[in-house]
Ligand binder design. Structure first.
Ligand SMILES: [Zn+2]
Length: 199
C-alpha cells in the first residue's frame, strides 16, 4: 500500500521509450498531471485510486506529455529563489532519500551527504570514503534535476568512472536521465560562476 504524500518514481513504457514520472498519493478529488519548469512530470493521485490508474493515464497521454516536457527542459531555466541553509540541506537530503531505493537492491549503502558550494560541479562521489557531495546550488534547481544528480553520484558507488557500464546502469534506473542532464545545463544560472556544471 502506498502511503499518502510519499512521492515515488514510476516508469512506464511508451511508444517513444520509457517515461519516468513522480507519483504522489494525495487527498485530492481527481488525478492531476503537471509538467514542471525543468520538464519534470508529476502526477497526484487520489488515495482511493489504484496506482495503475496513474500509469495508464501517463501511458495514454505520453505523446503530449513528452512533447511538453521536452519543450520545458530545453528552455533556459531561471534558478529558483535562494533558500536558507536548513532548507537547502533538507531539499538535497530528500533528493538522496527519493532515489536511494533505486540502488539499495544493488547493495549500495546509504552514503553520508556533504554539501558544498562547488564552482563547476553539481556533485561528487567519494566512493572509497562512502560519501557524496552535492552542490548547494542544486537547491535552486527543479526537484527532478536534484534527483538526477543524486542518482548519478549514487551510481558511482557501482561504476566509478563514466564507462559504458555506468551509462547502462543510469538507463536502467532513470531512463530519462539524458533529458534531465540537458535541463541541468539550462540551470547553470544557479551556479556561482557562469559555467556549465559537470557531474
Ligand atoms: Zn559522474
Amino acid at each position: 500500500m502506498v502511503k499518502a504524500d510519499v512521492p515515488q518514481l514510476r516508469i512506464v513504457d511508451t511508444p517513444r521509450g520509457p517515461l519516468t514520472y513522480t507519483l504522489t498519493r494525495k487527498r485530492v478529488k481527481n488525478l492531476n498531471l503537471r509538467v514542471g519548469a525543468g520538464g519534470e512530470i508529476m502526477v497526484s493521485l487520489p488515495l482511493r485510486c489504484p496506482v495503475r490508474q496513474a500509469d495508464d493515464f501517463v501511458q495514454e497521454k505520453s505523446g503530449w506529455i513528452l512533447d511538453a516536457a521536452a519543450r520545458r527542459a530545453e528552455r533556459q531555466t531561471e534558478p529558483l529563489p535562494p533558500v536558507s541553509r536548513e532548507e537547502c540541506a533538507r531539499l538535497l537530503r530528500e533528493a538522496l532519500e527519493r532515489v536511494y531505493p533505486l540502488v539499495e537492491p544493488l547493495g549500495v549503502a546509504f552514503p553520508a551527504l556533504k554539501l558544498r558550494k562547488l564552482k563547476s560541479q553539481w556533485g561528487n562521489c567519494h566512493w572509497a570514503q562512502g560519501y557524496i557531495t552535492l552542490n548547494t546550488a542544486l537547491a535552486r534547481c527543479p526537484e527532478e534535476l536534484r534527483d538526477y544528480v543524486a542518482l548519478h553520484e549514487l551510481v558511482h558507488f557501482l561504476h566509478h568512472d563514466h564507462g559504458p557500464g555506468f551509462y547502462a546502469r543510469m538507463d536502467g534506473l532513470m531512463p530519462d536521465w539524458r533529458r534531465r542532464r540537458k535541463a541541468l545545463k539550462g540551470c547553470g544560472g544557479a551556479l556561482e560562476r557562469e559555467s556549465i556544471g559537470k557531474v
